[in-house]
Design a protein. Structure first.
Length: 155
């Protein structure tokens, strides 16, 4: 097993441990990463709420998740715990992500396509999402073909 796989396994284990606490506090855990950065090992939890995520929310989740991680101790050595919101240009990775943002502008890079798709999020099903293209028309995109998808910021 490579280092990236191992880090992903650890992040998945942490997600399983902290998800109930995050949900009890009223948030959705949308991403968990564990990786080495300039300042050392960082465990990053990204939380979401339709009502938004404040700094106080991040502090509260960090405190509660931190207590639980001290007890469960799933990670080797020391690390910094960071909790944040997804941000305006958050990546979209699954059906639930696309369902949260109907009508929002999006840029998608697809497997086997040289140019990104740019348009607005339409109906999001379980297997695919409809993208209303900026140039007119619409295309259905299977989630399995996504390499990268991000909300675009409107000004």
């Amino acid at each position: 097993m490579g280092a990236g796989e191992e880090q992903g396994d650890l992040a998945g284990r942490v997600a399983d441990i902290v998800r109930p606490v995050v949900e009890d506090l009223g948030f959705e855990l949308v991403e968990t990463t564990f990786r080495r950065e300039r300042q050392g090992w960082v465990l990053r939890l990204v939380i979401f709420s339709p009502d938004g995520v404040t700094l106080d929310d991040c502090v509260r989740v960090s405190r509660e998740a931190g207590y639980l991680l001290e007890v469960e101790d799933p990670l080797p050595g020391s690390y910094n715990l960071e909790v944040s919101s997804p941000g305006l240009d958050r990546p979209l990775t699954c059906a639930a992500d696309f369902r949260r943002y109907p009508g929002h502008p999006v840029r998608i890079i697809l497997e086997g396509e040289p140019e990104p798709l740019v348009g607005r999020i339409g109906a999001a099903g379980d297997e695919a999402v409809e993208i209303e293209l900026d140039g007119g028309g619409a295309v259905e995109v299977a989630y399995g073909r996504l390499i990268k998808a991000r909300l675009e910021i409107e000004f």
